[in-house]
Design a protein around this ligand. Structure first.
Ligand code: AHR
Length: 515
C-alpha cells in the first residue's frame, strides 16, 4: 500500500513528473446486492435557500416586473435548471436568518410589507417581498416538499404556532387571513424546523435550555386538517456530541428529526480560496470532507443509545464547502465559485450519506443559488450551472433506490492533519425498475484508476455511463465560459463475465447504469 506523508507527497509529485515511472492505480469493488435493504431517501438530495446575499433575491426571485424572463416573479432559467434535478425538498428561510424572521412581515400586499435589516448577512435591507406564499408556491412549481424553519431565537411560541396554522389549517383565524391574502386551500407542510443552530446564531443557548424550549415550542405546532408535521430539533455542529446527547435525552417525544451541520472548513479565519489552491489543499479538503463519516457514526451511536428503534431521523440539513467569498463581492453574502474540487466533495459526501440511510433521512446542501456550494450562480440575466449541480444531476438516479452495500479495496494516502484519503469512493443502488447504478470517484489527481467491480448476483446486458471531469481540479464554469466542467458520455466501462471493468480517469466522477 502506498501511503503519503507531506514529504512523500513531494517525492510522489517528483516521480510523477518522470513519464516512465507513472503508474496506473488499481482498485476492486465488490457489490453485495442481496444484502441491500435500506432505501436511500430522496430527501438526502434536499436543498437550502436562505435570505442571504443573492440566493433568494436575484437568484430565485426577481419579481414579476423584472426584465429577466420569469414566471410570477421566479426566474425561468433557474426554474428550468432546478426542475431537472428532481429536488425533493427545499429548506427556508434560514439558517441564521430564520431566528430573526417574523413571518407576518412577509404576507399581504408586497408594497406594504415592512423592511428589515438582515443582521446576519451583511446588513442588507430585506423588503420581505419573498415570503410564505412566494416560498410555498415555489415549492409547488418545483414539485418539492417545503421544509420551513421556525424562529425560536427571537420569536414567540404564539408566532410559531400561528405560522403553522396559517400554512396548514382549513379553518380558523389564520386560515381566514391566508384566504384574504389569496390562498384558499392550505398547503401541505411536513418538515418543520424548531429553531436553527440554537447553540449559536439561533440564540446562544445551552443544550439543556434549548431542549426545554424545543419541548415547549413543538407542543404548539399542531397538526391541522390532515397535515402531519415532522418536527425537527436544532442539532449539533460537527463534533459537538454533547448537544446530541442532551437533546436525545431531554428533547421529549415530539422530536421526529434532529439536525446536524457539517462544513468542510478547517480554519474559520482562513477558509481559503474557492479557485486558487494547490494539490495539498485539495487532498486536505477531501480528508475533512470524508471525516463526516466518523462524525455521523458518533452522532448515530448516541442516537442509537436513546432510540434503538430509529424513530428519530438524523437530518444533515446544512453541509458543503465554505470558502472565502469571491474577491469584489459584497461582504457577508458568501458568494463563492465552485470547481471540480467542490464536485468531488459533493460526490464523496453523498456516497457517505447513502451508507447511513437507515438513520439519515434528509440532508440539505448549503445552498441552492449564489451562496456557498451552490447548484447555480447568477449575475443579472446570466445563469451558470456549477460542477456541484452536475453531480446532483448524475446522482439523482439514486433517489429512493435501494442502497447496495459494497466493499472497496484501493490505495490510501495520509494527508495533512493525518486524515486518510482513499483513491476511490463508490456507491451503488438498484432502482424500482431493477436498473443498477454505480457512482465512482477517482480522487487521485494524476493517475487513472483501473477498477474491477465484482457484480455478484447483479446481471445486466449493457452498461452506459456519464463522466464529470476537467483538465484541472480548479476548473470551474463562469458566466463567460459556462461549459468548462460539464458531464460527457463515458465509454470506459465494459461488462465481462460477472465483472465490470472500468478505467476511471484521474479526478473524475462517473455514474454507470447497468441494464
Ligand atoms: O449556510 C450559511 C449559514 O451557516 C447558516 O445560516 C447557518 O445556519 C450556518 O451557520
Amino acid at each position: 500500500m502506498r501511503t503519503y506523508t507531506m514529504k512523500m507527497g513531494v517525492l510522489a509529485l517528483m516521480l510523477a513528473a518522470l513519464p516512465g515511472l507513472r503508474a496506473q492505480e488499481k482498485a476492486t469493488v465488490t457489490l453485495h446486492a442481496n444484502q441491500g435493504k435500506d432505501t436511500i431517501s430522496k430527501h438526502i438530495y434536499g436543498q437550502f435557500a436562505e435570505h442571504l446575499g443573492t440566493c433568494i433575491y436575484g437568484g430565485l426571485w426577481v419579481g414579476e416586473d423584472s426584465d429577466i424572463p420569469n414566471t410570477r416573479g421566479y426566474r425561468n432559467d433557474v426554474l428550468g435548471a432546478l426542475k431537472e434535478l428532481d429536488i425533493p425538498n427545499l429548506r427556508w428561510p434560514g439558517g441564521c436568518f430564520a431566528d430573526e424572521y417574523h413571518w407576518m412581515d412577509g404576507i399581504g400586499p408586497r408594497d406594504q410589507r415592512p423592511r428589515m435589516v438582515n443582521n446576519n448577512w451583511g446588513g442588507t435591507v430585506e423588503d420581505n417581498s419573498f415570503g410564505t406564499h412566494e416560498f410555498l408556491d415555489l415549492c409547488e412549481l418545483l414539485g418539492c416538499e417545503p421544509y420551513v424553519s421556525g424562529n425560536v431565537g427571537s420569536g414567540t411560541v404564539e408566532e410559531m404556532a400561528k405560522w403553522v396554522a396559517y400554512m396548514t389549517a382549513e379553518d380558523g383565524p389564520m386560515a381566514k387571513l391566508r384566504k384574504q391574502n389569496g390562498r384558499e386551500k392550505p398547503w401541505k407542510v411536513k418538515y418543520f424546523g424548531v429553531g436553527n443552530e440554537s447553540w449559536g446564531c439561533g440564540g446562544s443557548m445551552r443544550p439543556e435550555f434549548y431542549a426545554d424550549l424545543f419541548r415547549r415550542y413543538s407542543t404548539y405546532c399542531r397538526d391541522y386538517s390532515g397535515n402531519r408535521l415532522f418536527k425537527i430539533a436544532s442539532g449539533a455542529s460537527d463534533y459537538d456530541y454533547n448537544w446530541t446527547e442532551v437533546l436525545m435525552k431531554n428533547g421529549g417525544g415530539n422530536m421526529n428529526g434532529l439536525s446536524l451541520h457539517y462544513y468542510t472548513v478547517m480554519d474559520w479565519n482562513e477558509k481559503g480560496s474557492a479557485t486558487r489552491f494547490n494539490d495539498d489543499d485539495y487532498y486536505r479538503t477531501l480528508g475533512k470532507c470524508l471525516e463526516i463519516e466518523q462524525v455521523i457514526q458518533r452522532h448515530i451511536a448516541i442516537m442509537d443509545k436513546y432510540d434503538p428503534e430509529r424513530k428519530v431521523a438524523l437530518m444533515v440539513d446544512e453541509w458543503g464547502t465554505w470558502w472565502d467569498q469571491e474577491p469584489g463581492t459584497i461582504p457577508g453574502h458568501l458568494f463563492q465559485q465552485n470547481t471540480l474540487r467542490d464536485a468531488m466533495v459533493a460526490a464523496l459526501t453523498l456516497n457517505v450519506f447513502h451508507k447511513y440511510t437507515g438513520r439519515i433521512q434528509m440532508a440539505n446542501i448549503a445552498q441552492i443559488a449564489n451562496v456557498l456550494q451552490s447548484m447555480i450562480l447568477t449575475k443579472d440575466d446570466k445563469m451558470v450551472l456549477t460542477p456541484t449541480y452536475h453531480v446532483f444531476h448524475m446522482y439523482k438516479v439514486h433517489q429512493d433506490a435501494v442502497c447496495i452495500p459494497l466493499d472497496i479495496r484501493c490505495e490510501r494516502r495520509v494527508v495533512r492533519d493525518d486524515r486518510i484519503v482513499p483513491t476511490l469512493s463508490a456507491t451503488a443502488s438498484r432502482d424500482g425498475e431493477g436498473v443498477v447504478h454505480i457512482s465512482l470517484a477517482n480522487i487521485d489527481l494524476e493517475h487513472t484508476c483501473d477498477v474491477d467491480i465484482d457484480l455478484g448476483d447483479v446481471t445486466g446486458k449493457s452498461v452506459t455511463g456519464t463522466i464529470l471531469t476537467a483538465a484541472g481540479i480548479a476548473d470551474h464554469n463562469s458566466f463567460e465560459q459556462p461549459d468548462v466542467v460539464k458531464p460527457e458520455a463515458f465509454g470506459g466501462a465494459r461488462l465481462a463475465k460477472g465483472m465490470l471493468k472500468v478505467s476511471l480517469p484521474a479526478k473524475s466522477i462517473v455514474t454507470l447504469s447497468i441494464r
